[in-house]
Design a protein around this ligand. Sequence first.
Ligand code: NAI
Length: 252
Amino acid sequence: MTDDFPLRDRVSMVTGAASGIGAACARLLAARGAPVLVTDLDEEGAAEVAAEITAAGGRARARRLDVTDPGAMEKAVSEATDLGGELRIAVNSAGINGPLKPLGAYPVTDFDNVIGVNLHGVFHALRHQLPAMVAAGGGAIVNLASIAAHSGFRDHGAYAAAKQGVLALTRTAAREYGGSGIRVLSVSPGLVDTPLVAALPPGATDGLLDAVPLRRPAQPEEVARLIGFLVSDDAAYLTGGDHVIDGGYLAK
Ligand code: NAI
């Protein structure tokens, strides 16, 4: 018999949860029984996702959180316990694209911003989520990386560098905290049908789908289902690895 609520009572937090992959993860974790702290820079969007979860019978609370603010991260992680227990699951999905420019023309401030959100943001999250999970006696964390970390990506130099850094932080955290019962993993999506991609300038993804054997972008729910598996007990022996979900884009 399968358990309809395999994540029952496992307090969870999701960053970047107002939109796209983060929102899909928040909904899926809640549907599987986890109380979810829905965090985002976009406070209104986070509140909408939390309200939707509550209306569907799940447990959720929304909170504004800028992942570049270490103090706010510390507070958010400690407030997760208000959901009824210690933090057991985290999905770090907050991310930005930055401008599309070749490295020779990439503005320094934009480089810093992209690294600030996509890499430092994950560091700030881990820095507080890991000790919280040590206190909880174990847990699972999934960080959003990207195929850009694997292949490099034209006009996305800062983004690719940040995502490669996310892989390194993930492996390091897995080595450091495996003994405390904490699994740390990353997921590298290819093209996913979210507002992040919709906001790219016209033509930015031209040709990309031709290189995807499945010939379509992923839906955010497909990425969330992979993440839902990774944080579950079915993935109890997985840690430190990156899990590519790209419709075959990186296949050689
Ligand atoms: P999205 O744009 O739909 O959602 C990202 C969320 O992050 C937004 O709600 C935004 O408000 C929030 N955010 C931005 N800056 C923030 C900050 N400083 N603090 C807190 N929240 C902040 O994007 P999507 O597509 O759901 O992306 C989620 C993650 O997946 C990102 O890390 C992205 O790099 C990664 N990814 C997305 C792919 C795609 O094709 N959509 C492909 C590969 C990776």
